[in-house]
Write a protein that binds this ligand. Structure first.
Ligand code: SF4
Length: 387
């Protein structure tokens, strides 16, 4: 939890909250606000969602897309999504597969499902997207940061939106040496952010932190020389800019590798696609049947087992066409892709979530990036089998 609403902060309330950051003198607060907002007015990024700052729906969609995703990637998706679903009614009326299709490639698909679910709840109760933190927090998929960002930008609510990016800048600015992921470090950073937040233009102020963290006070090699806060920055004065913030999140923790066999079973001019179960990773997306494999030598055996699970008989020699790697935060997926002709085993398959689809129909389904790449890797071999 990063966020804390702006409030009148006294030394007593701070002690009660377990933080020990000092009250920032009013002149320093005013100085930081003035410098940061002036810089923002000159250097703000031109982002599509900033053309609709008064629209809570537009801000909500943007903030949900921006969770775990880079601004450059989001911009393209955002415009297409808003064009297809221009308001909460359009989103609520859409089929879930349609929403997933417009999210395809953006990852963390649960976010799209939460947007859709929330839109339907709002329509059901005949409401629009709210613009206060309290109401936003009741919506599925809206955490503290997202609620604070939307409420401050679209609703003008005085609440600090503090994510890891903002925390980095504030930790450097005040020389916070606590681990910014520890409860004490988080509380201290949020306290400082709340104290600094102005009553006027809180949304712009929150966005100014974000832009400064992205363009100037970057994780590596911050550009202090062109920073508007340099003359009041503790880390810059003490030479700690590159060593702060302190993070004890085990970022160097090992990546766990997961290997899977992917079976592209071809029958006539169709391929077998399977739909992922609800919840969990890639929830509700379509993919090729696949199963985890522990060791490389077991891949052929695993493919036969996969065919049995899908109730198909293999009717040609399988061809291994390549490996598709896909990195998530702490997991590296390796998909070993096989193509083989197959026929339903006896009676038509009753296995839930399986469907024979043409290449064209597969293109229309919402599919994870990894399996879209698996298809591209196997395309020539699939075409040859379909001839
Ligand atoms: Fe970050 Fe340097 Fe600016 Fe301080 S002076 S806020 S370390 S870029």
């Amino acid at each position: 939890m990063w966020n804390a609403p702006a409030r009148k902060v006294t030394q007593t309330t701070r002690r009660r909250a377990g933080t020990t950051s000092a009250i920032i003198p009013s002149r320093r607060r005013a100085d930081v606000r003035r410098r940061l907002l002036r810089w923002y007015d000159r250097h703000r990024r031109d982002l599509p969602w900033r053309r609709r700052v008064d629209d809570p729906y537009a801000q909500w969609v943007a903030e949900v897309m921006l969770q775990q995703t880079r601004v450059g990637t989001v911009a393209e998706y955002y415009e297409r999504f808003l064009h297809r679903f221009p308001d909460v009614c359009a989103l609520a009326s859409a089929r879930r597969e349609d929403v997933l299709k417009y999210w395809e490639g953006l990852g963390y698909y649960k976010r799209a499902l939460h947007l859709h679910q929330a839109a339907r709840q709002l329509r059901h109760s005949d409401r629009t997207v709210p613009s206060t933190v309290v109401e936003l927090r009741r919506m599925p998929g809206v955490g503290e940061y997202t609620a604070a960002a939307v409420a401050s930008i679209a609703g003008g609510e005085r609440v600090a939106a503090v994510d890891g990016n903002v925390a980095r800048v504030i930790a450097r600015l005040f020389g916070v040496e606590d681990d910014v992921l520890s409860p004490t470090g988080k509380a201290r950073v949020c306290d400082l952010a709340s104290q600094l937040l102005p009553a006027k233009r809180p949304g712009d102020f929150n966005q100014a932190w974000m832009d400064l963290g992205s363009a100037v006070c970057t994780p590596k090699s911050p550009e202090c020389r062109r920073c508007p806060l340099r003359s009041v920055c503790r880390a810059s004065a003490t030479g700690q800019a590159e060593s702060l913030p302190v993070r004890g999140d085990g970022r160097r923790s090992q990546t766990h590798e997961v290997s899977s066999v992917v079976g592209i079973f071809v029958r006539g001019r169709t391929m077998l696609a399977s739909r992922r179960p609800e919840g969990g990773l890639w929830s509700g997306l379509w993919e090729f049947p696949n199963v985890e494999v522990k060791n490389r030598s077991a891949q052929a055996r695993t493919l036969r087992r996969l065919a049995q699970q899908c109730e198909v008989a293999l009717v040609s020699r399988s061809r291994r066409v390549g490996v598709v790697s896909h990195q998530l935060t702490h997991r590296l997926f390796k998909f070993h892709v096989y193509v083989v002709a197959a026929e339903p085993n006896g009676a038509p398959s009753q296995t839930a979530g399986l469907r024979w689809v043409s290449v064209q129909a597969f293109a229309r389904l919402p599919v994870s990036t990894a399996h879209r790449r698996a298809f591209q890797t196997a395309q020539e071999t699939i075409s040859a089998l379909m001839r």
